[in-house]
Design a protein around this ligand. Structure first.
Ligand code: HEM
Ligand code: HEM
Length: 125
């Protein structure tokens, strides 16, 4: 699962950088918050979680690691797509952004739990 996360993170990295290039070339900074979160929640956070799950397989294989994987990977695209539509004036999507953010937050809570219960313990081989 760590390897899968690293691959997913690399895709976010490319999308995040494309948005950065788009903004720089066009001098339009309206995608700034999407760019920031695709890079930070997608590339940086998922990539780091992937490396952690690879180093500590017990954390990734635990039910909480799997819950984190799914909540983060469902919540983030929802949040980013919603934010994209919001930037384009579709204010009705705000609940979708909120739902995506809540899913990611619950996913990170699950990550916190698996890190504390599976790393630095006798299970962390
Ligand atoms: C080719 C690569 C990149 C380009 C061309 C680029 C370009 C940009 C641009 C044009 C902005 C908007 C600045 C503004 O609103 O004044 C921005 C904001 C931002 N970028 Fe990038 N970026 C790149 C890579 C990255 C990466 C790799 C990360 C993080 C891992 C990152 C994190 C951020 C953050 C957090 C902001 C928001 C800053 C703020 O609102 O104060 N960027 N970037
Ligand atoms: C569920 C998780 C998260 C939610 C719901 C969230 C929400 C937000 C919101 C509402 C803003 C203000 C956006 C604006 O003014 O346009 C913001 C800004 C920002 N957040 Fe997050 N955030 C989350 C996670 C993170 C994480 C994990 C990082 C860093 C690793 C991060 C880094 C930033 C940065 C650098 C900014 C300022 C960039 C900008 O101009 O938009 N956020 N976030």
């Amino acid at each position: 699962m760590g390897i899968q996360l690293i691959k997913i993170a690399a895709v976010y990295f490319f999308i995040g950088i494309l948005l950065g290039m788009y903004m720089s070339i066009n001098h339009t900074y309206n995608y700034s918050s999407i760019h920031a979160h695709v890079n930070l929640l997608g590339w940086a956070s998922l990539g780091l979680a992937g490396v952690i799950y690879h180093l500590f397989p017990a954390a990734g294989e635990s039910i909480f690691g799997k819950v984190h994987f799914w909540l983060h990977n469902i919540g983030l695209p929802l949040m980013m797509t919603g934010l994209f539509l919001l930037v384009h004036g579709y204010e009705a999507v705000e609940p979708v952004i909120a739902a995506g953010g809540i899913l990611v937050t619950l996913g990170v809570l699950s990550f916190l739990y698996t890190v504390f219960t599976n790393i630095g313990t006798r299970h962390d081989k």
